[in-house]
Structures are given as structure tokens and as C-alpha cells.
Design a protein around this ligand. Structure first.
Ligand code: DHE
Length: 495
């Protein structure tokens, strides 16, 4: 008995030792001395990203300590393993995983002072290159935080430049396709001039941001923020802030803003709120950003729009049903219990005989759902090798491509025949390597698939024969966006 007690006591000492050592470290002070120069006072970000749990994505626990000790490849993050002890590293890792005690202020003043314009966009009658400016792809490479401008005819890179850390969501294009706007999870909005192949400037619109949308006239950028809980409107020409809207519902309760979308035919932005049972519509153009609240029975945070933007189809991560609201009347017109979390934001639309349908992958089940948009009924459920994230097609192609990146079959793309609603082929570009996110060229003749690894690749296929045409090395190409398809709101792409 005494021996067992001794054993327990010894085990406790061993278990407690690192915690005790960690507790002796003054982590906030160590942060200010070691990290603040790059990551900003208060962990809000600077040259380096914000070190807040909301901003660090899947980087958690021991993985954070490893980055502090060993540094991070393809970034300016150095290794601190020689300079700091194990307890200090663990204390810093625990510190940056702690939420802030108070919501940081990030209003008009902070946004304005973060604005940095490198140059005026030059006056140009045409681009400085010969390639078709509408058949370019903008490839976001999150492996080393760069973007590539790719000639969609020759399939050759034309320019490659550094972006802010951790871009998220699709970049947005001005209506003529000349300018592209990127957003990072740290709230930076960057403007790049495709015609002159140079960066124009940047501004920080939030501390933790979700996505951006551009108004139909290309004059206003809306930025959806989690931290602080705001929707920010920027002048797309100058990147100056126009309005900071606190996201509070009709009862005054604050909500994170999940996402903002451009509803082009309505000349408005439609806004998804994470914590409030409302959908917002904000007028763009001459309407003075008038806010209209649509009451819903539970918060919806993932949206698909029918091509006319008369209906929004929304789901909630934690909710049981996906719901359709008519944006004109503000009324719910349908509800559907779709199993396995449909990823409506990746939904596409197409004609099936006389009907208009949409198709969506599911994040938690290996299937595609095809839904008729006239009566919002389920047309078919199509099994795939595993849960997926993205889906793409094109008006000129009979086929739609989807991945199974959330499963063991992460290396396999499934090809759906949009006429028979059967999976007619699967391709595995590199066995064992994640294949995801597809984009067609402007004619719908070529398909570009990402090998979502670092280093990764773009693998180009013939959209009709599925023959491989080319491979291009890339650093984790998380997404690629064809200028023509994007500015024309192709029915085969998410908007
Ligand atoms: Fe995304 C788009 C939300 C996690 C890569 N993602 C979007 C959009 C939203 C969204 C609302 C549409 C914005 C747009 O394009 O304007 N994403 C979310 C989440 O809520 C979720 C599940 C959790 C989160 O951490 O935010 C999430 N997303 C991820 C990832 O883990 C992915 C795979 C890797 C990454 O880079 O973070 C990822 N999301 C993407 C990509 C797009 C995207 C590549 C653009 C798709 C497109 O083709 O338009």
C-alpha cells in the first residue's frame, strides 16, 4: 500500500511538473518581448498573423508549440527552440490559444490607419500582356501564401506574388475583370491590378474576417467579420472605409457575421449572421446601404442562391434542416432535412430537362443532393466515395466534378453526368494525395484540379475526354478562379 501511494504521488509530480514550470512563466510578458514585434501588441497581428484562437484555424495544442520551437517553412516565422526553454514554449502556446478578455476595437480609425496604397492604378487601354485577360486564372497558393496569375490558353504562369497570410474564400473580381480583391482571415483586403500585374494596396477591415463581396457596380466591398462583430463597407477604388455596421439583431444582441454575398440582380449584399435569427439585405449603389432584416427561425450560415437571386437556400452547421427563403417576401418557402451537412456554399445549378436544379456536396456524408428549384424537392441523392467540400461545372460541359477530400478517398474526384445524374468516372490524379477544388476555363473545355498538398500541383484535364493534359507545380493551390466564369457568374461555380 505505501508503495502504491508513493507511485501515485510520483506520477502526480511527473504530471504536474511541466504545468508548474509553465505556470511560473509570465507568458504575456514573454509574448511582448519575443512575439509582439511581428504579431502585434495584444496578439492582433502585424507583419505576422494575429495569434488568436479564432485566427489560427486548425493549428492547436502541441502543433502551436512545434511552430514556436521549429519555425514555419515558407514564412518569416523563425525557430525559437534554441532561445526558449520547453516550459516557456508551452506557456506561449497556451497563451496564444486563450481568447482575448475583451473584444478588440477595430473601427473606422483603425481601418483607416491600416490602409496602405502602393500605387495608383495606371491608365491603360488594354493589359500589358497578350494573353486573353478573361481566360486567366487567379490561383491562391496557401502553401507559401502567394497567388499566381495563369494564362488559361497556354496554361503558363504569368506572374506570382506574395499575399497576406491565410487567404480564405474566393477572391472577387471587378465587373470588367481588371482588378482582383483577396481577403485574409486576419481581415486584410488586398487589391491587385491584373492588367498591369501589380499590387495596388491593402487595408485591414477586421481582426478575424470571413469573406468579402463586391457590389454589382464594382464600387463597394463588403467585409464580413467575426472579430469585431461588424460588417465593413469599403470603397473598392481607394480602399477607404465607408461604413462600419455593428452586427446586432432587432433585439440589440450582437452577432458574428458568417458571410456576405453579392446579389447582383438585386443590387444588394445578402448577409449571413452566425448568432442571430436574421438574414440581412443591404442595398448597394445609390440606396445608401439601407438595411433590411429578414427574420428566420434559427441562424443560417451557409448560403446558396438560385440564379435569379429570388431565393436563398441556407443551412446551419448545428441545425437539423436546410431552409429556403424568398428574398422578396422574406417568407420561408421550403425546409428540407438533408443528412450529413450539405455544403450549400459550394452548390452549382444546371438544367435537368425542363427543370432548373441545384446540386450540393455534403461535408459529413459521401453523397451529392440534387434539388429542383421550382418546388425545392429532392430529385436524387447520389453516392460518392466520401464526404466532399467543393463542386464545379460549366454551362458548356455535360459534367460536374466533386471531391471526397473529407474522407479516406481524399485523392479521388468523381465526375457527375448532369443529364443522367450518374457518376460516370472517377479520377485519382496522385494516389494518396488530396485532390480538391476544380475550375473550368472560360469555354468549359479544360478542367483544373488542385493537388491540395505542399508542394502540390494543378492537374489539367480535357473536360470532355477526361484525359490529362498538363501538370503545373504549385504550393498548396487551395483554389483557382477563372476571370470570365467569375465575372459572368457561371452557373457552374459558387458565387
Ligand atoms: Fe471556406 C469559401 C466558410 C473552412 C477553403 N468558405 C468559403 C465561403 C464561406 C466559407 C462562407 C464563401 C466565401 C466566398 O468565397 O466569398 N470555410 C467556411 C467555414 O465556415 C469553414 C467550414 C470553417 C472556417 O474555418 O471558416 C471553412 N474553407 C475552410 C477550410 O478549412 C478550407 C478547406 C481551407 C482554408 O483555406 O481555410 C476552406 N473556403 C475555402 C475556399 C473557398 C471557401 C478555397 C472558395 C471556394 C470557391 O471556389 O469559391
Amino acid at each position: 500500500m505505501p508503495l502504491r501511494c508513493k507511485g501515485v504521488a510520483f506520477a502526480l509530480v511527473v504530471l504536474l511538473a511541466p504545468c508548474a514550470a509553465q505556470a511560473q512563466v509570465d507568458a504575456p510578458r514573454l509574448y511582448e518581448q519575443t512575439c509582439a514585434q511581428c504579431h502585434g501588441a495584444g496578439r492582433l497581428g502585424g507583419v505576422g498573423p494575429a495569434l488568436l484562437p479564432e485566427n489560427m484555424g486548425r493549428l492547436r495544442g502541441p502543433a502551436v508549440a512545434k511552430v514556436i520551437a521549429e519555425g514555419r517553412e515558407a514564412t518569416q516565422m523563425p525557430a525559437f527552440g534554441q532561445q526558449l526553454g520547453k516550459a516557456e514554449i508551452e506557456a506561449l502556446a497556451a497563451f496564444v490559444a486563450t481568447p482575448l478578455a475583451e473584444t478588440p476595437a477595430w473601427g473606422m480609425g483603425e481601418i483607416l490607419s491600416s490602409r496602405a496604397i502602393e500605387r495608383e492604378a495606371p491608365t491603360l487601354a488594354k493589359p500589358v500582356f497578350e494573353a486573353d485577360p478573361l481566360n486567366l486564372f487567379v490561383v491562391v497558393e496557401t502553401g507559401d501564401h502567394h497567388a499566381t496569375i495563369l494564362d488559361g490558353d497556354k496554361l503558363e504562369p504569368m506572374a506570382r506574388f506574395a499575399t497576406r497570410f491565410a487567404l480564405h474564400g474566393g477572391p472577387k473580381f471587378s465587373p470588367d475583370g481588371r482588378f482582383v480583391y483577396f481577403m485574409s482571415r486576419d481581415g486584410w483586403v488586398e487589391k491587385y491590378d491584373i492588367w498591369s500585374l501589380q499590387k495596388i494596396g491593402e487595408v485591414r477591415a477586421g481582426v478575424n474576417s470571413r469573406n468579402i463581396a463586391l457590389s454589382a457596380d464594382g464600387r463597394t466591398i463588403a467585409v464580413a467579420n467575426y472579430l469585431p462583430k461588424t460588417l465593413v463597407l469599403l470603397d473598392a477604388g481607394t480602399l477607404t472605409p465607408l461604413r462600419v455596421l455593428d452586427a446586432t439583431d432587432a433585439s440589440g444582441a450582437a452577432s458574428r457575421v458568417s458571410a456576405v454575398y453579392q446579389a447582383r440582380p438585386r443590387n444588394s449584399f445578402v448577409v449571413a449572421l452566425k448568432d442571430a435569427p436574421e438574414i440581412w439585405e443591404i442595398g448597394a449603389g445609390e440606396t445608401g446601404f439601407a438595411l433590411r432584416r429578414i427574420a428566420v427561425d434559427e441562424p443560417l450560415d451557409d448560403f446558396f442562391f438560385d440564379p435569379s437571386y429570388a431565393h436563398v437556400f441556407g443551412s446551419a452547421r448545428e441545425g437539423a434542416a436546410s431552409k429556403v427563403y424568398n428574398l422578396d417576401t422574406g417568407r420561408q418557402v421550403a425546409a428540407m432535412a438533408l443528412p450529413g451537412l450539405p455544403h450549400l456554399g459550394s452548390g452549382i445549378s444546371f438544367r435537368l430537362g425542363a427543370r432548373s436544379v441545384m446540386a450540393t456536396p455534403h461535408l459529413k456524408s459521401g453523397l451529392l443532393s440534387v434539388i429542383a428549384m421550382d418546388d425545392w424537392s429532392l430529385v436524387k441523392t447520389i453516392p460518392t466515395p466520401g464526404p466532399g467540400f467543393f463542386m464545379r461545372s460549366h454551362e458548356n460541359s455535360r459534367f460536374a466534378w466533386t471531391d471526397s477530400m473529407m474522407s479516406k478517398a481524399k485523392d479521388t474526384m468523381s465526375i457527375l453526368d448532369k443529364e443522367t445524374l450518374e457518376i460516370v468516372r472517377s479520377v485519382t490524379p496522385i494516389p494518396g494525395k488530396t485532390a480538391a477544388h476544380v475550375e473550368f476555363d472560360r469555354e468549359g473545355k479544360k478542367v483544373l484540379v488542385s493537388i491540395w498538398e505542399d508542394p502540390g500541383e494543378l492537374v489539367v484535364y480535357d473536360a470532355q475526354t477526361f484525359q490529362e493534359l498538363k501538370r503545373l507545380p504549385m504550393r498548396k493551390p487551395s483554389g483557382k478562379y477563372n476571370v470570365f466564369n467569375k465575372i459572368n457568374f457561371s452557373e457552374g461555380t459558387s458565387h
